[in-house]
Design a protein around this ligand. Sequence first.
Ligand code: ZN
Length: 133
Amino acid sequence: MTDIYEKLLSKAKEISKNAYCPYSNFPVGACVLYESGNEYLGCNVENASYGLSICAERNAMSSAISAGEKTKIKAIAIYSPKQKMCLPCGACRQWLCEFAVDENIQIILEGKDEKISILKLKDIFPYGFKFDE
Ligand SMILES: [Zn+2]
C-alpha cells in the first residue's frame, strides 16, 4: 500500500473520534482525496430523528464542495473501529459516483481487525445514476 493511502487512513481514523453517534455507537471517519491534492474529512453525525443522520463520507464530500473544491475525487479512506470492513452505504456510493474522477477510484477501508482492503468504486457500485453528457 502506498504512503498516501496510509496517510488518508490515518486521517480517517483521527476524525472518526469526533463522530456524534450516541444512538448507534458506531463511529465512522472518512478522508477524501481530490485531484487538486486537497483532502477533506468527515465523521458521521446522528440525530434523535434517525433518518436525518448523515454519514462520514457524505459529510467529507459536503465539506469539499463548501470549501469550493472544483476537482474530482481520486480516492477515499473510510474507517470504523466497530466493523471489520466499513463499506459505504448506498447513498454514499451514489455521491461518490457524482464526484469521482471515474469508476476506478480507490476505496480504502480499515476496520477493527486493522486489515486494510482496497476496492474500486466500480466493484461496489456498478451502473451508478448519471445524466447523459
Ligand atoms: Zn453512507
